[in-house]
Design a protein around this ligand. Structure first.
Ligand SMILES: Cc1cc2nc3c(=O)[nH]c(=O)nc-3n(C[C@H](O)[C@H](O)[C@H](O)COP(=O)(O)O)c2cc1C
Length: 366
């Protein structure tokens, strides 16, 4: 075994086989799998705890481990795996473009409680894709081939999974990419139904995800803009996917996983009240406080990265005011003004801009 990061040495708890058995059991159930999307600077250990308290997904993804020739595993992300408080399996995501370094990181990760090792082929941030990592790799299928080959060989103790967009700027290579994934016998594919250049602006194309479901011998998770139980049902219906991966929708609405389960069982779901949303924000403020070097101003700024999504579900004026807050007092005065009530909170995002005829086969927002 290669040395674990010093910060977590001696704290290994569960062998990876246990997590991966739980993950395989999820895939074998009749129910759709509900997964937390990996989100850099968001899906850390405290946030996992917050989600678990609200029902939580069936399976958690880490933030990505950045991998290059001299990188070591990022200790705080390893700690999420080792101290995972959710009781549910967690999957470690890698981003990078060096097959040897990625394989080494994957071997190291399999000494920790990981349910699977996942490769990021979707990150649309220019700083990432210009270095030919994340979504940038979608322009270089030969490099993807080499990476998948190296990772397939290295990931032996747990499933090997891929999370991708459908292409860099169009879906022209999508079928060839799917054939590549199938040839490397990946164990699960998550598809964000957009291209890299779409960023987050366009409608999510369910027909592109459905194409993956038809072509792949492994299960496929559908990702993108799932923000309500009816929309979850619609995406599952339109794609035939084995499950859903949810990102921003669960920052805005951490009850969403249980709401989807309830909707499937009963046809209805309960919306949280303003007070419950206020409790959620207050709890998030407390659990995301750093253990050392707390500074109120920085904590208020840190909260804004969650509030950008939560605020969208409350009111435009709320988000505008929250963005100007600089102290805890200002921050919570504003929260109480909008949320000190027992009315229901749908927590939906604003509608996407009207889409053109090329996205007719998408899943329209509800
Ligand atoms: C703040 C933020 C950070 C993200 N970080 C990652 C990441 O580390 N790895 C990854 O594969 N995708 C990342 N994504 C993309 C999400 O996993 C997901 O694919 C995307 O947000 C679409 O799903 P959603 O509409 O449910 O949010 C990130 C998205 C956001 C908003």
């Amino acid at each position: 075994m290669e040395a674990p990061p010093a910060a977590v040495e001696g704290s290994l708890r569960t062998p990876p086989e246990e997590g991966s058995a739980a993950f395989r059991a999820l895939l074998a159930r009749d129910e759709p799998v509900l997964a937390l999307a990996p989100m850099q600077d968001v899906t850390d250990l405290p946030f996992w705890g917050v989600l678990a308290r609200h029902g939580g997904p069936d399976v958690y993804w880490t933030e990505y481990f950045r991998v290059h020739s001299t990188s070591t595993l990022d200790a705080p992300i390893v700690r999420s795996l080792v101290e995972n408080p959710t009781g549910r399996p967690a999957i470690a995501q890698l981003i990078g473009n060096d097959p040897v370094a990625l394989a080494k990181a994957a071997r190291q990760l399999q000494e920790y409680p990981v349910a699977a090792v996942d490769l990021n082929l979707g990150c649309p941030a220019p700083v990432v894709y210009r270095k030919c990592a994340g979504g940038g790799l979608l322009r270089e299928p030969q490099r993807i081939d080499a990476i998948l080959g190296a990772l397939r060989q290295a990931v032996t103790r747990v499933p090997f999974t891929v999370k991708t967009r459908v292409g860099f700027s169009d879906d022209g290579d999508w079928d060839a990419l799917l054939a590549l994934f199938a040839r490397h016998r990946i164990d699960l594919l998550t598809v964000h139904g957009r291209t890299v250049t779409d960023m987050y602006r366009s409608e999510v194309r369910c027909d592109w995800i459905a194409r993956a479901v038809r072509a792949m011998p492994c299960p496929v998770l559908a990702n993108g803009n799932v923000h309500s139980p009816p929309r979850a049902a619609q995406v599952l219906r339109d794609t035939g996917a084995r499950g859903l991966m949810i990102g921003r929708g669960c920052i805005r609405n951490p009850w969403i996983f249980d709401q989807i389960r309830d909707y499937r069982r009963t046809g209805g779901w309960r919306q949280p009240t303003g007070h419950e949303v206020l409790d959620y924000i207050t709890h998030l403020y407390e659990v995301t406080r750093p253990t050392a070097g707390f500074r109120e101003r920085l904590q208020v700024e840190k909260m804004k990265k969650y509030m950008n999504f939560i605020g969208e579900g409350v009111a435009p004026e709320f988000l505008h005011r929250i963005r100007r807050a600089t102290t805890r007092e200002e921050f919570f005065v504003c929260c109480r003004e909008f949320l000190d009530h027992d009315g229901p909170m749908p927590l939906l995002p604003p509608a996407l801009p009207a889409h053109d005829s090329t996205s007719r086969a998408s899943c329209p927002s509800q």
